[in-house]
Design a protein around this ligand. Sequence first.
Ligand code: RFL
Ligand code: PHB
Length: 389
Amino acid sequence: MKTGVAIIGAGPAGLLLGHLLKRQGIDCVIVERRSADYVLSRIRAGVLETVTTDLMRQLGIDARLNAEGLIEGGFNLADGERLIRIDIRALTGRNVTVYGQTEVTRDLMEAAPARGLEIIYEAGEVALHDIESQRPSVTFIKDDVEQRIEADFIAGCDGFHGPSRKAIPASRAREFEREYPFGWLGILADVPPCHPELIYSNGPRGFALASMRSATRSRYYIQVPLTERLDEWPGERLWDELALRFDSISEHGVTRGAALEISIAPLRSYVFETMRHGRLFLAGDAAHIVPPTGAKGLNLAASDVAYLADALVAHYAQGDDAALGAYEAKALARIWKAERFSWYLTKLMHRFPEDGSFEQRMQIAELDYVASSEAMQRVIAENYVGLPL
Ligand code: RFL
Ligand code: PHB
């Protein structure tokens, strides 16, 4: 098989890139290791910046987003006792949209066949070849048969554990990493949210986040040590803990219900420089990870592919490779600022086991400062709604 751009991975990065290229008449194919159902069973991001919603609108894949997305004009930081509302609409003139990554992915997957975007699911042993040559290729096993896609370019959109980043020689790259000594235990349940807007709380019992997917579906997280196992958290224990952290500060208090999903995710900050090697370009989690505290991961995947799609269009439509050459620098400038904000909010809102009473007083003083200073609130709001492309 021959194509223009071979895209590895059908997460948000790969699917958005595929649609953006197809819309411009650029030939591409997506190769995904998992089944469509498996990809749709992963519960991840919930908060979309305008970067992401604008792309969905440009593509005309926005009917459900417009009908079901919750427009949020603010969110809250809490110190355990009081809410500090960050009025993002008043401070920036913009909003964020609560609409699950699962729904974004579903909408993009469902729109693919009618637009001629081919997605090959359940492709095993995906491997990259000849990325330094003019004619790179991707091989994989599908239904016990090895197949090869020859392409002009490969887009590595295969997340943190995929093969694309590993295909770049270590001598050509630098890694920047920070691991955090805790994870997030998350629960999804069909119960009304405890509060109309998100609450990120750093209280005496540690970090917790009250989020949502709709007026009848809630998503909560609490900070747990990395050694924690899921079987140590039967539903009742988790609901008790959430009630202790949110009942006194939220509008309605926590409503309990059966878990639709429950999982633990580690927290990490990571950037891989370079995002380009020969004819391979990396985008999304394949090149960088942020801790989820700033709600930036999916939105960074979207901004990466917006840059990359524009650069590939310039190559195919005008024979102009300047934007391809500038892709990495442009993407990294936005990525590092999102890394900074996600790290800052993670440090401000979590209990670190190594921290003593001094660091805790610093967190309290900073939250108190945020509560009293519009300038501080504006800085947080501007980063939360997303920096310009
Ligand atoms: P993905 O979504 O991981 O997709 C990569 C795809 O590549 C496939 N793949 C392969 N395909 C072929 N061959 C192989 N060998 C392959 N190996 C892997 C995978 O199966 C998968 O389908 O990466 P992408 O597209 O870059 O998207 C990134 C986002 O998924 C991620 O950054 C966000 O989910 C992060 N994130 C959040 N981001 C936000 O913007 N807002 C949020 O509110 C937010 N909350 C979160 C989050 C991530 C979380 N977890 C679990 C990590 C909350 C959580 C709990
Ligand atoms: C979510 O709803 O899953 C969510 C919301 C905000 C975050 C992270 C996750 O910062």
